[in-house]
Ligand binder design. Structure first.
Ligand SMILES: [Zn+2]
Length: 99
């Protein structure tokens, strides 16, 4: 077997989601969940320059979507706020279904 490729962006970020801190090397599931996010989306002129790329878990990446933010910190604040809101929704659904 050949050695799998190590993505230089994920290596730079130590495979840690730059939004929520999820460790992409902690488990196989986490590794599979680790993706690359474009800070400035391609549709807004973002590029593949390393400065525009960050390691993200799939969940944070889907929350951020193709929104544009003034800075990485602003994007992180948005993602973490939405995670909290979605967590409340999740807990309400879980309680309604499972008691
Ligand atoms: Zn994350």
């Amino acid at each position: 077997m050949s050695t799998p490729l190590v993505n230089p962006i994920q290596k730079r970020d130590n495979y840690v989601c730059q939004y929520c801190g999820k460790d992409g090397l902690e488990t196989l599931d986490n590794w599979h969940d680790s993706v690359i996010d474009h800070l400035t989306p391609l549709k807004y002129g973002g590029t593949y320059d390393p400065d525009n790329l960050v390691t993200s878990c799939h969940y944070c990446n889907s929350i951020k979507g193709d929104r544009q933010f003034a800075s990485r910190e602003e994007a992180k604040r948005y993602v973490l706020k939405r995670r909290e809101e979605l967590k409340a929704d999740y807990e309400a659904v879980r309680k309604a279904v499972r008691g």
